[in-house]
Write a protein of this length. Structure first.
Length: 307
């Protein structure tokens, strides 16, 4: 087996932050030999980084990885609360209610949802986070926030995202770059929300700075709130779902955004998730998706990643 080259040269005087461990330190921390650490890195079974040009191990992620590997007794450990946390999705939130899943909804944005899941404060999380360097959805973010390989990613739907404007598009907005250039007032989602991160990526691809936006009031929590701001004239446009546009004007920008559900592998088999996924296979669910518009549910329920 090929081993990863050492991250420290003999006599190196570099100062490593206390939050990062060297190969020697993480081997001592785990009470294994350094050779074992190199083998784990080569198999990518332990969190590590080469961002500084050296092989380093973030202690916070190593601790989370250790916790995820811990075998728990069947009794005496509190399960996660019956909460869905994460990105706002109209079809999902309706299905959570109609399926009898028993899960409460805590809309917190994609990034916060993964953090709630990692902290044991939610049973299920939803996200649509794109990795700009690879153009892949969600799995890089899941690996980053939930190291240790004890979670599973289940596909929910592909969605259409675009610019929502007032009915009839009275300003004649032709696209994202045009809206920015003309100083249109944007309604924005909160920091860490998948739609906000997607907007910033689309702006960057147009060569437009986030600072160039004219922002209307404070960020909103849901796609429905964003649409309401535009409908009431408090904003001129915003990036949102076709499913939330309703009678407003919609300019599609992305037709295959990937929205996924994330959970601990053991929780996939629990009644809340099984009730939701069983309902997602019904004709009632398919009719609702068609009514809302902008959803492709052909692969709903497919396993995208099993850590």
């Amino acid at each position: 087996m090929q081993l990863v080259s050492t991250d420290e040269k003999p006599g190196s005087k570099s100062v490593i932050p206390s939050s990062l461990m060297t190969t020697t330190e993480v081997a001592d921390y785990l009470r294994v030999k350094e050779r074992t650490i190199y083998e784990m890195v080569s198999r990518q079974t332990i969190p590590f980084t080469r961002a500084t040009g050296k092989l380093l191990f973030p202690k916070r992620l190593v601790d989370a990885w250790l916790e995820a590997q811990t075998e728990l007794p069947q009794t005496g450990i509190a399960p996660p609360p019956p909460i869905y946390a994460g990105s706002n999705d109209p079809l999902l939130e309706w299905a959570l209610r109609q399926s009898g899943s028993g899960l409460a909804v805590r809309v917190a944005g994609s990034t916060q949802g993964l953090e709630e899941l990692a902290g044991g404060r939610a049973l299920l999380a939803g996200c649509h986070l794109v990795d700009p360097s690879s153009d892949t959805w969600n799995i890089p973010a899941v690996r980053s926030h939930l190291p240790g390989g004890s979670h599973v990613v289940i596909h929910w739907a592909k969605r259409v995202q675009g610019l929502i404007t007032a009915p009839g598009n009275p300003l004649g907005i032709t696209g994202l770059e045009d809206a920015v250039r003309r100083g249109c007032r944007f309604s924005l989602r909160g920091q860490g929300a998948g739609s906000q991160l997607l907007l910033e990526m689309l702006l960057a691809r147009c060569g437009v700075s986030r600072d160039a936006l004219v922002v209307a009031q404070n960020p909103v929590e849901t796609h429905a709130d964003l649409a309401a701001m535009i409908a009431t004239g408090d904003a001129d446009c915003g990036l949102g779902l076709q499913a939330a546009a309703g009678a407003l004007h919609f300019l599609p920008l992305l037709n295959d955004e990937c929205f996924d559900l994330v959970m601990a592998r053991r929780d996939y088999f629990e009644p809340p998730v099984q009730a939701l996924m069983a309902f997602a296979a019904t004709t009632e669910f398919a009719r609702r998706a068609d009514y809302l518009g902008g959803y492709d549910i052909a692969q709903c329920g497919a396993v995208r990643w099993n850590g």
